[in-house]
Design a binder for this molecule. Structure first.
Ligand SMILES: Cc1cc2nc3c(=O)[nH]c(=O)nc-3n(C[C@H](O)[C@H](O)[C@H](O)COP(=O)(O)OP(=O)(O)OC[C@H]3O[C@@H](n4cnc5c(N)ncnc54)[C@H](O)[C@@H]3O)c2cc1C
Length: 366
C-alpha cells in the first residue's frame, strides 16, 4: 500500500494554499472530488481581497484576513496573478449607519488596519460618482483578484515542489492507525486505500460530512453546517465606478455591494438565503430586492440592466450570530495528525495563505 506524508481533502483555494505551503517540506497529495479544482465556493464569490475591517478583535477571521491580505498581494506579484488594489467606499445613509461606520473604523484599527479614513462629501463624489451617502469611509487596501489564476498558481507551486493534485477522486473515509491514517478514496468508481501521516480536511461545504467519516472523531465535536446562498446580478453596460461600493454590513454578509471584476464588469451581490441542500440555482425574482438595495446608494441604477448571474454558498456554522473560522487540531479533537477546517466563509479567499501558514505551524508543533 502506498504511504504519503500529507493528504489534503479538497482543491478549493484553502486546500490548495495549504498544499502549496506544506509541499515545501513534505510530500503532499490533494484529492478533489470534482473534475476540476475550485468548482465550489472558491469560484463562486466576490473575488475581493478584504482589508480586515469587520471582524472581532483577535478572531481567526481578523488575524488571517489581515495577514492573508499582505501575503496575497505579495503572492500575486511573485507569481503574476492578476490583481488590482482598487479600494472601496463604504457608505452610510442615515445616523444609525454613520454610527456603524464609526464602529468599523475603531474595529479596523484594533485589527491592525490603519489605512481606513473618512471621506468628505467632495471626496465621496469624486471617488463614487452618482453615489448618495450621508457619510463614507475609504479603504485603500481592498482589492480584486483573479481567483482562478490564483488557484492555478498554487497548483503550479505544489507541482514544482513535487506535490500532486488529483481530480475526480473522492475522500470516502479514514481510520486512525499508529503513525497516521488508513484512507479510502474513490477514483472514478474504483475504491482504493492508502496510508498517510497527516490528513487535512479542507472540504469547504463538505467538511462536516468528511469529518463524520473519520473513525474515532467524536461526532458531538463536529459543528453543524448551514448553507447560506448568496446570488449576484451583473450590470450590463457602462458604469461610473472606479472603486468598489459597499453599504454597511448586515447580519450574515457584507450587504448587496458593487464589485468590479478585472475586466471592468460591474456586479452586485451577494444576498443571503439559508437553504437545505447545496444548490446553486439562481432566482431572477430577486431582481426587485436587488434593485431596491442598490437604489439606496445608487439612485440612477437602471433596473433593466441588472441580469441574474451566479450564486455561491457560505458554509455557516450558525444561523443567528457571528461565527469564526475553526481550524481544529489534535488539541481539540484528540487525533494526532488531523486538521479540520470548518466554516471558512468570507474572508476565506483573502485569508487562505495565512490559514496555510497556521496549518503548517500546527502540524510542526505536534
Ligand atoms: C457568496 C460568497 C462571496 C464571497 N466573497 C468573498 C470575497 O470577496 N473575498 C474573500 O476573501 N472571501 C469571499 N468568500 C469566501 C471564500 O470564497 C471562501 O472562504 C473560500 O473560497 C473557501 O475555500 P475552500 O477551499 O475552503 O472551499 P471550497 O472552494 O468549497 O473547496 C472545497 C473543495 O473540497 C472538495 N471536497 C469536499 N469534500 C471532498 C471529498 N470528500 N473528496 C474530495 N474532494 C472534496 C470540494 O469539491 C471543493 O472543491 C465568499 C464566499 C461566498 C459564498
Amino acid at each position: 500500500m502506498d504511504h504519503i506524508d500529507t493528504l489534503i481533502i479538497g482543491a478549493g483555494v484553502v486546500g490548495l494554499s495549504v498544499a502549496a505551503k506544506l509541499s515545501q517540506h513534505r510530500e503532499v497529495f490533494v484529492v478533489e472530488q470534482g473534475k476540476h479544482f475550485g468548482e465550489h465556493t472558491s469560484s463562486r464569490n466576490s473575488e475581493v481581497i478584504h482589508a480586515g475591517i469587520y471582524y472581532p478583535t483577535d478572531s481567526a477571521k481578523a488575524r488571517h484576513c489581515v495577514a492573508g491580505k499582505a501575503l496575497l498581494y505579495q503572492h500575486c506579484k511573485d507569481y503574476g496573478v492578476p490583481v488590482k488594489m482598487l479600494g472601496k467606499v463604504i457608505t452610510a445613509q442615515n445616523d444609525a449607519e454613520i454610527q456603524t461606520l464609526e464602529k468599523l473604523i475603531l474595529q479596523a484599527e484594533l485589527n491592525g488596519v490603519d489605512d481606513l479614513y473618512w471621506l468628505s462629501q467632495a471626496e465621496l463624489q469624486q471617488k463614487a460618482p452618482q453615489i448618495t451617502a450621508k457619510e463614507g469611509l475609504f479603504s485603500p487596501s481592498t482589492g480584486i483578484i483573479d481567483s482562478h489564476q490564483l488557484m492555478l498558481s498554487l497548483i503550479g507551486q505544489l507541482e514544482q515542489n513535487q506535490g500532486h493534485f488529483v481530480a475526480n477522486t473522492q475522500f470516502i473515509s479514514a481510520t486512525p492507525v499508529q503513525q497516521g491514517f488508513l484512507v479510502t478514496l474513490n477514483c472514478e468508481g474504483q475504491t482504493f486505500t492508502l496510508s498517510c501521516t497527516h490528513l487535512i480536511n479542507a472540504g469547504g461545504l463538505f467538511a462536516q460530512h468528511n469529518a463524520a467519516k473519520i473513525e474515532g472523531l467524536n461526532s458531538a465535536k463536529i459543528p453543524p453546517i448551514h448553507y447560506c446562498r448568496g446570488q449576484y446580478f451583473s450590470y450590463q453596460g457602462a458604469h461610473p465606478f472606479k472603486h468598489l461600493i459597499y453599504p454597511v454590513p448586515e447580519q450574515h454578509g457584507l450587504g448587496i455591494h458593487a464589485t468590479i471584476d478585472l475586466a471592468g464588469q460591474l456586479r452586485f451581490g451577494p444576498d443571503t438565503q439559508f437553504i437545505d441542500t447545496i444548490d446553486y440555482a439562481t432566482d431572477s425574482s430577486a431582481l426587485d430586492k436587488f434593485y431596491q438595495a442598490i437604489q439606496r446608494y445608487w439612485p440612477q441604477v437602471e433596473k433593466s440592466k441588472l441580469q441574474i448571474d451566479y450564486a455561491g454558498i457560505r458554509p455557516k456554522l450558525q444561523t443567528t450570530s457571528a461565527q469564526d473560522f475553526i481550524i481544529e487540531n489534535q488539541s481539540r479533537h484528540g487525533i494526532t495528525g488531523l486538521i479540520n477546517l470548518y466554516g471558512i466563509e468570507s474572508p476565506g479567499l483573502t485569508a487562505s495563505l495565512s490559514i496555510a501558514q497556521s496549518v503548517q505551524a500546527q502540524l510542526d508543533a505536534e
